[in-house]
Write a protein that binds this ligand. Sequence first.
Ligand SMILES: C[S@@+](CC[C@H](N)C(=O)[O-])C[C@H]1O[C@@H](n2cnc3c(N)ncnc32)[C@H](O)[C@@H]1O
Length: 229
Amino acid sequence: MQTGTYTATRSRLETYFDRTAVEAWKRLTSDAPVGSIRATVRAGRDAMRATLLSWLPAELGGRALLDAGCGTGALATEAAGRGATVVAIDLSPTLVALARDRAGNAAIDWRVGDMLDPALGAFDHVVAMDSLIHYRAGDVVRALTALAPRTRHSILFTFAPRTPALTLMHATGKLFPRGNRSPAIQPLAERGLHAAIAAEPALHGFGIGRTHRVAAGFYISQALELVRR
Ligand SMILES: C[S@@+](CC[C@H](N)C(=O)[O-])C[C@H]1O[C@@H](n2cnc3c(N)ncnc32)[C@H](O)[C@@H]1O
């Protein structure tokens, strides 16, 4: 079930990623030079993408994967390159068009819309890299609950861990340059999130697997693996 806070956040993110920040996001996800703060974000994101990809089977032939909130499509493209059958979805038509362009001949089913749309079907793996970081804890758990029955093996996602460094960056407003701020990131306490997942009956078929934090300058994000028991 989608709550008012979920749909309100989604609508802000659509505006932000399709209009306000689209040029900055294109640049961040390219090889073009960026300032020193964004360079740390780019390096951190590269490390996070590598971590998530390393949690998938090396050989992805015959596996169906959903890149949930694919942005400019880097993860989807790498997964397709390893043989996965990929559906990649994002709220932003502009980013999806760019992703399709960048991916060239990769056989990826690009979609514009909500990652929780049941019409997308079922997958072996769902990966949501930094696409749930703006949603409240309750909405993150509800999103996992919606994805769980459609996931045969694992759900990999990231959240912003509630750490003193992240709290300080938020307080000083340094995470994104002025005038180009993202909708607020919602830092989540790791223990509280684990407890909420364990307490959710719809997620009882899944156990918490690997977890890994990337803290690289101005990028702090934590990956969590939910594996079907
Ligand atoms: C921080 S970007 C990360 C993009 C990509 N996963 C990456 O790591 O490069 C978050 C993306 O999630 C997308 N997003 C957020 N909520 C979504 C939803 N409910 N359905 C589909 N996409 C969503 C946004 O439009 C945005 O492109």
